[in-house]
Design a binder for this molecule. Structure first.
Ligand SMILES: Cc1cc2nc3c(=O)[nH]c(=O)nc-3n(C[C@H](O)[C@H](O)[C@H](O)COP(=O)(O)OP(=O)(O)OC[C@H]3O[C@@H](n4cnc5c(N)ncnc54)[C@H](O)[C@@H]3O)c2cc1C
Length: 467
């Protein structure tokens, strides 16, 4: 989808100026580099930038933005391109700004349970380096996404139910504005009450308001003990009943995930995990004492039995727990590999937990009504579900779009949102007016104030005319 705004092309002269700012080896207009940064992991069509740059400092980022703003050239920030809504696709061409070479830990503030990082560090790489301090950064979107990409999308993942999303785990950021100013937002104090909350204005803004050049993140101690629980049910409805009861029990799970029977079949084939091929709930619990963990597990079993569990497996063995979670993390890739030639349309609605049974019931109903194949995988503890539709031609794509629309409308009716964690990107723009009403105009005014020439990641978040 090419967007036609009044932007100027990236000329040879501009490439020369960019090279003078970031260094000759940190800019490329080769077809291979443009192609590599033309698509994310979503179904949205690829679109290349005109040049890719790899800045190495905040000052370089700011200088590039100043130049791009003067010259009216779009700039799209890029983490590692694992988004699922087209968020980093440079749909207007221009400059693709990759953070691959700004991937350092700047300082570990171990006594304050904080770390300050450059935006291009992968959260898994960060946690590997933090292990020696007995600390970790909890948000976990599965893929080795960068901290910058996670903050820009407000990514969440499997541990949100206990530790919160990216927005809940950041204290301060340095941000480069479209006009080249570098500002600090937030502070290293855990309590903050000073002025407008600009920190959380930039979190979740998908690179459309400013570019994150540094972030101080909250850390938590690595739990002394962890358990994994797998429990299966005859029906999705029973599984959802157990999930809602566990959320209401005060047990504080660190993960509470739903996967449907078809996903279990695919995981069994690919990962040797011996799951029951029925709707299954994956859980994780963290505790400082074995007795606390064991008492909690007894309560979990009771709740699941009451909801009609047909199997219950709990383990405190670290290797087995890792194997099960690895399978859960690979479930999307395994599904994609199981359907060669098909592309997946992934939904990301979320609702308050009390409305989760109704949402899931509705999804099952529309699947049956339309007689379509679609798979369910969800961060159920947060009321978030991903419905995955395979498609391979225009007819099946249109059906996926129709179901997506129906399910989003149902989520909104239930007090939820069109996107719990993947962001608006390209795919959810059409629902922004419905979800936000007059607040969307306020978002437009903020965009106009911070980026009057619209150079930052254009084509995202706001609906096009006629949508
Ligand atoms: C298999 C798989 C599983 C996933 N599971 C989850 C999940 O459970 N939960 C979840 O939330 N997401 C999930 N995702 C989606 C994805 O990992 C997240 O959206 C992640 O935040 C993207 O990070 P990234 O580094 O790849 O950023 P990119 O995709 O490169 O960019 C994301 C957005 O951030 C902007 N951006 C990047 N860097 C900066 C910066 N420094 N400053 C300003 N803007 C910037 C980009 O312009 C873009 O809008 C999954 C993806 C895959 C492929």
């Amino acid at each position: 989808m090419a967007i036609s705004l009044a932007f100027h092309p990236v000329t040879a002269d501009i490439i020369g100026q960019l090279k003078a700012i970031v260094g000759a080896s940190n800019a490329s207009a080769s077809q291979a580099d443009l192609d590599l940064h033309a698509h994310d992991q979503s179904q949205h069509p690829a679109h290349p930038a005109e040049v890719v740059i790899w800045p190495e400092s905040a000052q370089q980022v700011a200088e590039v933005l100043r130049l791009a703003n003067q010259q009216r050239i779009p700039v799209t920030p890029w983490g590692v391109g694992t988004s699922l809504e087209g968020n980093p696709i440079p749909v207007c061409g221009g400059i693709l700004m990759s953070f691959e070479r700004m991937n350092r830990i700047i300082q570990v503030h171990a006594d304050d349970f904080q770390v300050t990082v450059q935006p291009g560090i992968g959260h898994k790489d960060l946690n590997e380096q933090l292990a020696r301090y007995g600390l970790f950064f909890p948000p976990d979107p599965g893929a080795n996404a960068t901290v910058g990409g996670m903050l820009a999308n407000n990514a969440a993942g499997i541990r949100t139910v206990k530790y919160g999303a990216s927005k809940d785990n950041v204290l301060r950021m340095q941000v480069a504005l479209a006009d080249g100013r570098l500002i600090e937002v937030g502070s290293r104090s855990v309590k903050q009450s000073s002025g407008y909350d600009l920190l959380h204005l930039f979190v979740g803004s998908e690179g459309t308001l400013g570019v994150i050049t540094e972030a101080t993140l909250k850390l938590v101690p690595v739990p002394a003990l962890m358990s994994a629980v797998l429990t299966s049910f005859e029906t999705v409805e029973q599984a959802v009943e157990a999930i809602v009861a566990i959320r209401g029990s005060g047990l504080d799970p660190a993960a509470l995930e739903l996967i449907d029977a078809e996903h279990c079949k695919m995981l069994n084939r690919a990962e040797d995990v011996h799951l029951d091929e029925k709707p299954t709930v994956f859980m994780e619990f963290h505790a400082a004492h074995e007795a606390t963990l064991e008492a909690g597990l007894d309560m979990v079993k009771e709740i699941c039995d009451d909801a009609g569990a047909v199997s219950f497996r709990a383990t405190m063995d670290a290797a087995e727990r890792r194997k099960l979670w690895q399978a859960r993390h690979h479930s999307y890739e395994i599904m994609v590999r199981s359907f060669p030639g098909k592309t997946f349309f992934i939904m990301d609605v979320a609702v308050p937990i009390s409305a989760y049974p109704e949402l899931i019931g509705y999804v099952e109903q529309v699947k049956a009504q339309e007689n379509v194949t679609a798979y369910l995988l969800g961060h159920a503890g947060d009321g978030n579900i991903h419905v995955e539709f395979p498609f391979d031609d225009d007819v099946s794509y249109q059906t996926a779009m129709k179901l997506n629309g129906l399910i989003v409308m149902k989520a909104l009716e239930l007090g939820g949102t069109a996107t719990g964690e993947h962001g608006v990107g390209i795919g959810k723009t059409r629902y922004m007016a419905k979800e936000h009403g007059p607040a969307l105009d306020v978002m437009r005014s903020i965009k106009q104030l911070l980026d009057p020439n619209g150079i930052l990641n254009p084509g995202k978040i706001f609906p096009e005319d006629g949508q």
